[in-house]
Design a protein. Structure first.
Length: 307
């Protein structure tokens, strides 16, 4: 199966095999290779297609010297590091690539070096989603190092999702501190936006240390006199997933908030955060704003599934 005109179907390859010694050969059908879920001028998606390594390695993207994809999605399959070579070959031909999704596979540290090369081959990339795989601290640091070394100071920070990998929960905070010290990454502070860092970091690592994000957001909200509402208080719905409203805080970066009755204005850092966020939204066109909202909804649904 190729990477061409997809419609969500499957393709079946014919393989010539020998029936017995000295006999003629026959054509038999091999395992059906799923086709892409979407293949447009700007997006290629094999998400949820049940791809295994042999399926990915059967894909052939050598027909073109370059592709115009802005987003490539191989998420929610059964891929390991052995299934990456053809995907990496495709990515190296996507000079306008902005979003790569490989979350919810079985990729481990053996694929970290190949993925780190993508940051050099695709300087326009903005988001890389690798959560729910099997990377350890070593693999995550290799990718962070590759991204940091390839990005210039005037580029927006890379949005790198690597949470829920093979890093123990009690080590996640330690890993983040080590990456901050060695590579100057940012965990996406409350004053940051997705593609703007308040400390000038080249890489954002959101959700890697959820406890720290909740704590920092809560502290900032308390200094601002802002009340973070429970999900059950939100006018659009209840406590999420049968929890009976037990989620007392929203996810980091989601401001389900009410301004308290205090007459004092919010602190300068919170005002600056909201100013930068609103300015970013105004600067982007309508299409980008819609896309940002879709990404926010996708992240929200992913967090709900994790809970």
């Amino acid at each position: 199966g190729g990477g061409g005109s997809g419609g969500g179907g499957t393709s079946t390859a014919l393989v010539r095999v020998s029936l017995s010694a000295g006999s003629s050969t026959a054509l038999v059908r091999s395992r059906a290779c799923p086709g892409p879920a979407e293949d447009s001028s700007r997006k290629l998606s094999y998400a949820r297609r049940g791809l295994k390594d042999e399926d990915a390695n059967a894909l052939d993207f050598s027909g073109k010297a370059s592709y115009g994809y802005h987003e490539v999605d191989f998420s929610m399959n059964d891929l390991t590091s052995k299934g990456l070579p053809r995907i990496v070959d495709l990515l190296s031909r996507c000079s306008s690539l902005k979003v790569l999704k490989l979350f919810k596979n079985r990729i481990d540290d053996d694929g970290a070096a190949a993925l780190a090369e993508i940051f050099q081959r695709c300087p326009s990339i903005r988001e890389v989603h690798l959560s729910h795989n099997r990377f350890t601290s070593a693999g995550i640091e290799a990718m962070v190092a590759g991204a940091t070394n390839c990005r210039t100071r005037d580029q927006e920070p890379l949005w790198l999702r690597v949470e829920n990998n093979d890093v123990q929960k009690d080590r996640q905070g330690i890993l983040l501190e080590e990456l901050e010290r060695r590579w100057k990454v940012c965990w996406r502070r409350p004053e940051c936006t997705q593609f703007r860092c308040c400390v000038g970091s080249k890489v954002h690592l959101p959700f890697l240390d959820m406890n720290r994000e909740r704590r920092e957001n809560k502290d900032l909200a308390e200094r601002a006199g802002v009340h973070l509402r429970a999900r059950s208080e939100h006018p659009t719905g209840g406590g999420g997933g049968g929890g009976g409203g037990r989620h007392l805080e929203p996810p980091p970066g989601v401001w389900l908030a009410e301004v308290a009755s205090s007459p004092e204005p919010p602190p300068p850092e919170l005002r600056q955060h909201h100013h930068d966020r609103d300015r970013d939204r105004d600067d982007r066109g309508g299409t980008d704003r819609n896309r940002e909202r879709e990404l926010d909804r996708e992240r929200e649904r992913e967090r709900e599934r994790e809970r």
